[in-house]
Design a protein around this ligand. Structure first.
Ligand code: HEC
Length: 180
């Protein structure tokens, strides 16, 4: 007996790797957990930067000028655009877009219902203005030294463009009528 025990100890000391072969030393890897790259990918956290689908490759407003809205101006898009316009743009451009806000007057924000914005500026230019900012207006697509942020995703910026181009003027006419 004594000799058998001794032999076992010596065998274990000489070949420690054998100890992993015992059934109870089954690796913890074999458990019901989700392994890397297994199953559907998790949803991206909010404010992640999309790298495909909607053009984000342009570097500045000039390059954005010829872009067309890849987001159809559906009722849902216009609704989102109006919502975002109300919480972000209206601070300077006014709820009606006519720059009727005290902050806007001070900064020199322009009336967005004019022919200049509605006819002359392209969808891409407006998207670029929101993304990269303008002379005084801050950027909402890229953080920069002038106080810009990426508060609006590329898609959200298109919803705002859709709203500015397709519904803002109608809403502004309505708000003037109802305030009279
Ligand atoms: C902090 C104030 C401020 C906010 C918020 C703001 N703007 Fe402006 N915006 C300005 C000012 C000031 C100008 C005119 C001077 C300039 O071009 O910077 C302007 C100009 C513009 C122009 C004309 C650009 C050009 O080429 O003449 C567009 C279009 C515009 N804004 C759209 C928007 C939209 C859409 C939003 C919301 C996402 C928005 N702005 C939010 C201040 C603001």
């Amino acid at each position: 007996m004594k000799r058998k025990a001794k032999t076992l100890i010596i065998a274990a000391a000489l070949a420690p790797s054998l100890a992993f072969a015992w059934p109870w030393s089954t690796d913890m890897m074999n458990q019901p957990s989700i392994k890397p790259q297994e199953g559907p990918p998790a949803a991206f956290p909010k404010r992640s930067i999309p790298v495909m689908g909607i053009p984000t490759k342009v570097k500045n407003r000039d390059e954005a000028n010829d872009l067309k809205s890849p987001v159809e101006a559906t009722e849902a898009s216009l609704k989102k655009g109006k919502y975002l316009f109300t919480i972000i743009c209206s601070a300077c451009h006014g709820l009606s877009g006519k720059a009727d806000s005290p902050v806007g007057e001070k900064l020199g924000a322009i009336d967005l219902t004019t022919d200049y914005v509605q006819e002359t500026l392209t969808e891409g230019w407006i998207w670029g203005t929101i993304s990269f900012g303008s002379a005084i207006m801050p950027a909402y697509g890229v953080p920069n030294e002038q106080g810009g942020s990426n508060d609006l995703s590329p898609e959200e910026r298109w919803h705002v463009v859709n709203y500015v181009k397709k519904q803002l003027v109608k809403d502004a006419a309505g708000s003037v009528a109802s305030s009279q």
